[in-house]
Write a protein that binds this ligand. Structure first.
Ligand code: BGC
Length: 759
């Protein structure tokens, strides 16, 4: 852990260039706009440590699977998030010497990510061949026009008149650092260069994604320019003699189009037209619309923490990255664990989306945004059915990791066994409908998915006549530190809950959408005997319990383990995943992330206070929280059972995970999906936000170190501001019709005026 960035409520600030830490800074300073994004790399050439990364949403490459021992059923490939053409580059020559911050004396270096307005600013002084220069670079990826990015780069000679040369370029000769076979994933299609507009079109091998990147440049001083074009590299050159104290500014406009949105024949011309248009609009006007778009996003989602600037910065950092990763305007996209900040993980979709990101988007964005995430899975239902069939099972098994619906994870204990993910997909439908009251979603899309997931569970369990119970063997629960276990309480619970909810949805459709139900029933071929079977499974499912302790047993045999608390382990043993052999981890009782407790969180209304407390007291001390998804769930449950200090401890661990590089892995990219968990810790944990009995419910408490905190929530076409301080909770209805909500167990009507409720 390292507190490297300066604490500030709206900015991530790096002062002084720590070259060894540059890759961490690059991850933290990534910017994007849902369509594309880029790490906080330098525009100019840099020979030091750097992970150059530019990513275009939905553009991936199926990198041939690499495993030690092939097993039937393994996917053929692992979908890699692709590093695309570097279009932010500007090579700079000062009196003929190439600028390289790794080589020359750098002073007053400052790199700032402004989260409020979504831009990256870099300022520094550099001495090259005895002359000092002042440099400023600002860039943004437009939130108002998704294809557009712009950079303003200026150099001012401080000591003497100098010749400054700018070579803005597009470099499509890029590779993924994590490529399995060190392959180049791109083929050159065409390029053109001119002093007006230059562009490159490339295509991914195998997947055929075509990308056109076009640039237009503008210099603050009238000067002749030249251009250069090669297959995978185009550039323009501008050179001017600049007086001491005068700045020479280059503005680089970029447009990126893909054949995901346009025909192959149109992408180049469209990118060129958009970039020319961007140039004629101008940097400032483009930036103003971008700023306005960010202002709207913050209006829906900001959290203000008074009295703790580090916590304030942490939460905004998480919200900012989530909002720039997913904008919800394309149902083919999802939220990758690293977003636009790095290559690691590949794939774009994990159960993280349903379990963590959906609650965030439900409460911080209009409902159609979350709906897109659900439709993404609906559109991949056929692939999920194929996936189940490949394993010899019925119904649909959604992949653990995917880009296009096909599984691309290749560790057998995860791919074949970590099937609880299917439950999260059903749960997300329930969660969306409960939160938005958009029950029509069930008739339109949701029911098909629920039925096929229920079918999967029904074929994955088996009946044990000796015990008169259904069992589910050979699974991996959310705790990936146990594999091939039997009767994981959480997975068994998700299975029967899915069937129960599917039957509930069926009753609703029969009553309220009779014709549509008939249509669906015949399309899905719903048979009476299968419904009877689901009912039987629901009645006779086996759930391991430890009667004397009053807790659910994580899986069969858990109680036979050597039960030790993490606090009793010598510190040098942690983190286990770096210090212990895998075999030792599997045999131990230590838990990677919430497992039984994940179930307590999902089905909070089903378990009483005492049950939650007993299970928390039993499992949390054995949990090492080595998944970034872990602390948030524990923080929420701790808040619910009145363990306020524990809730805060867990919150701190999640909120500044990447900013302070807790897990020593931020250089690979940020933990985007767990950022939604951080938001959940504040709003669902400290704010106690839930929907119970069809009503928005709050039960806030304020962490001791904070003076107040407030958050915005979108709920059924309304936006509310909830402010919690030591006097109580103040609710403001910012948009929409009055509503009744439950706060501190009391029903309260909220109309336009501020309402203060004391605890
Ligand atoms: C966690 C999974 C998660 C994945 C991607 C793993 O470390 O155990 O639950 O889906 O990371 O975030």
């Amino acid at each position: 852990m390292r507190e490297y960035f300066k604490v500030d409520p709206w900015n991530i600030i790096e002062e002084g260039l720590d070259k060894d830490y540059n890759e961490v800074s690059e991850s933290a300073m990534s910017i994007g706009n849902g369509h594309m994004g880029c790490r906080g790399n330098f525009e100019e050439y840099y020979s030091g440590k750097s992970l150059q990364g530019t990513y275009i949403a939905g553009v991936y490459y199926p990198d041939k699977t690499r495993v030690g021992w092939w097993k039937n059923g393994y996917p053929e490939y692992f979908a890699k998030v692709l590093n695309g053409a570097n279009f932010i580059g500007i090579d700079v020559y000062l009196n003929g010497t190439r600028l390289d911050l790794n080589k020359y004396l750098v002073e007053d270096f400052k790199r700032v990510l402004n989260m409020q307005e979504g831009y990256l600013l870099r300022t520094f002084k550099v001495t090259v061949d005895g002359n000092k220069y002042e440099v400023e670079a600002k860039r943004f990826f437009s939130m108002a026009k998704k294809e557009v990015a712009a950079i303003r780069y200026s150099v001012k000679p401080l000591d003497a008149e100098s010749t400054i040369q700018y070579n803005p370029f597009i470099d499509a000769d890029v590779r993924n650092k994590d490529s399995n076979y060190d392959e180049m994933f791109w083929t050159a299609i065409e390029h053109s260069s001119s002093t007006d507009v230059s562009s490159i079109v490339t295509e991914t091998k195998k997947t055929g994604f075509r990308i056109a990147v076009a640039m237009c440049n503008e210099l603050s001083k009238d000067t002749p320019s030249s251009h250069k074009g090669e297959e995978l590299f185009v550039s323009n050159t501008y050179e001017a003699t600049v007086a001491q104290g005068e700045a020479l500014t280059l503005t680089k406009y970029i447009a990126v189009t893909t054949n995901r949105d346009l025909d192959n024949d149109n992408i180049k011309a469209t990118a060129e037209a958009i970039v020319k248009d961007a140039k004629s609009t101008g940097f400032d006007a483009l930036f103003t619309s971008h700023q306005e778009a960010w202002a709207r996003l913050w209006e829906e989602s900001d959290i203000i923490i008074e009295g703790d600037d580090a916590a304030q910065q942490g939460i905004r950092f998480n919200i900012y990255h989530l909002k720039q990763t997913y904008t919800g305007d394309d149902s083919r996209l999802n939220i990758g664990p690293k977003g636009f900040t790095g290559e690691k993980y590949g794939g774009s979709t994990y159960w993280d989306t349903e379990a963590y990101c959906i609650p965030f988007f439900l409460s911080t964005a209009p409902e159609h945004i979350t709906k897109q995430l659900l439709i993404y899975r609906y559109n991949q239902l056929d692939k999920a059915k194929e996936n189940a069939a490949k394993l010899g099972l019925e119904g649909a098994l959604y992949p653990m990791v995917t880009m296009n619906g096909e599984e691309c994870h290749n560790e057998w204990e995860i791919t074949f066994e970590e099937i609880h993910r299917n439950g999260a997909i059903a749960y997300a439908i329930f969660n969306y409908v409960r939160y938005t009251n958009d029950k029509d979603y069930l008739a339109e899309y949701g029911f098909d998915v629920l039925v096929e997931i229920s079918r999967f569970w029904a074929s994955r369990v088996h009946f044990n006549p000796r015990k008169d119970k259904y069992m589910m063997l050979g699974v991996t629960g959310p705790n990936e530190y146990e594999n091939n276990i039997n009767n994981n309480w959480y997975t068994n619970t998700m299975a029967t809950w899915t069937m129960e909810y599917t039957l509930e949805a069926m009753d609703y459709l029969k009553a309220e959408h009779t014709d549509r139900y008939k249509e669906l029933s015949s399309k899905l071929n719903i048979r009476d005997e299968e419904i009877t079977k689901w009912q039987d499974i629901m009645d006779k499912m086996y759930y391991p319990v430890v009667e004397d302790l009053g807790v659910f047993e994580q899986q069969d045999g858990f109680m036979d383990k050597d039960l030790i608390n993490v606090a009793d382990l010598p510190e040098e043993h942690l983190p286990l995943n770096q210090k212990w052999s895998w075999d030792k981890i599997l045999r131990s009782c230590f838990i990677k992330q919430a497992d039984v407790l994940q179930g307590m969180y999902f089905f909070s209304d089903r378990y009483d206070f005492d049950t939650k407390k007993k299970n928390f007291d039993f499992y949390e001390p054995m949990t090492v929280h080595e998944s970034s998804l872990s602390p948030c769930i524990h923080s929420i449950l701790a808040a619910e059972i009145g363990y306020e200090d524990k809730a805060v401890e867990m919150y701190v661990r999640t909120a500044r995970l990447d900013l302070d590089n807790y897990n020593n892995d931020t250089e690979d990219g940020l933990h985007i999906t767990s950022m939604a968990g951080t938001w959940m810790s504040v709003v669902q944990g400290f704010g106690g936000l839930k929907v119970t009995n069809d009503m928005l419910t709050l039960n806030p408490f304020i962490p001791k170190a904070w003076d107040s905190f407030s958050f915005r929530v979108t709920f059924r076409n309304r936006i509310l501001n909830v402010k919690v301080d030591n006097e109580g909770t103040t609710i403001d209805l910012l948009k929409g019709e009055p509503l009744t909500l439950v706060i501190y167990n009391k029903e309260v009507n909220v109309a336009k005026d501020t309402v203060l409720i004391s605890k």
